[in-house]
Design a protein around this ligand. Structure first.
Ligand SMILES: Nc1nc2c(ncn2[C@@H]2O[C@H](COP(=O)(O)OP(=O)(O)O)[C@@H](O)[C@H]2O)c(=O)[nH]1
Ligand SMILES: [Mg+2]
Length: 259
């Protein structure tokens, strides 16, 4: 295995980042789930497993998927690291609540015209980013189909969805307001979180990926806590298996637990 570079200082997440629009958000919590915070604190003292989540980026040709990924990942990896990983996905490394965490960002480059091949790329995704162009209504309409295709290969109950409008720099305020109304409605129906951004100016790009990383990490840890397997994080499960006591303690500190 290739030697990974250290996590960059500006990829360290200590607080749950805010959603873009409270009307179309996966959650509106101010903080990470208490269970997750506790688990991460416990993990810090032991050996930490290598946590990684697969994220796929889908949408019409030329909506800006590759530019979006490149905008965020550029300068993060040195050339050697990129060469080792290959060209199908970018690996982005974070540290969330003190725990190393990586996102594998799969760019479905070229698959727009070869949808049958794409199923192998879609499989096993923890998050799906459906991209549309804020200046192209048709690309928003097509997102339903993209969602359907991506979900054929995944468990809809465990995948986090993001509906992302790109090229914000190109849209006039009037045009933007109009398409955003439709996008928010659609995001709500899809149970997706809505974001609008620009890969060109960089507006909201970092905020968006931090949100993706944080929510994916949170879901990942919660899922692991629910398992009673013998993996490393199982140590945390054992602590939590005494959950009555754990809650009794945490309740004193915090009452507004998520959900
Ligand atoms: N103005 C502007 N152009 C963009 C933006 N993102 C992508 N583009 C342009 O849109 C075109 C398609 O982008 P690309 O990322 O290759 O689309 P993909 O096919 O979805 O991967 C390119 O000409 C980009 O320069 C953006 O945020 N603003
Ligand atoms: Mg592309």
């Amino acid at each position: 295995m290739s030697v990974l570079p250290p996590v960059r200082k500006d990829r360290i997440i200590g607080q749950l980042p805010k959603c873009f629009n409270r009307g179309a958000a996966l959650n509106t919590d101010d903080e990470f789930h208490n269970k997750v915070k506790t688990a991460c604190q416990q993990q810090r003292t032991g050996t930490v497993g290598f946590k990684i989540s697969k994220v796929i980026v889908v949408g019409d040709l030329a909506v800006g998927k590759t530019c979006l990924i490149n905008r965020f990942c550029k300068d993060v990896f040195d050339k050697n690291y990129k060469a080792t990983i290959g060209v199908d996905f970018e690996m982005e490394r974070f540290e969330v609540l003190g725990v190393p965490f990586s996102l594998q960002l799969w760019d479905t480059a070229g698959q727009e015209r070869f949808k049958c091949i794409a199923s192998t790329y879609y499989r096993g995704a923890q998050a799906v980013i459906i991209v549309f162009d804020l200046t192209d209504v048709a690309s928003l309409e097509h997102t339903r189909q993209w969602l359907e295709d991506a979900m054929k290969e995944n468990d809809p109950t465990s995948v986090l969805l993001f509906l992302v409008g790109t090229k914000k720099d190109l849209s006039s305020p009037a045009q933007y307001t109009l398409i955003e109304q439709d996008a928010i409605k659609l995001a709500d129906q899809m149970k997706a979180e809505y974001w609008a951004l620009s890969a060109l100016s960089g507006e909201n790009v970092r905020e968006f990926f931090f949100r993706v990383a944080s929510l994916t990490f949170e879901a990942n840890v919660l899922a692991e806590l629910e398992k009673s397997g013998s993996r490393r994080i199982g140590e945390v499960v054992q602590i939590n298996s005494n959950s009555n006591n754990l809650y009794a303690t945490s309740k004193k500190k915090q009452t507004n637990c998520c959900q």
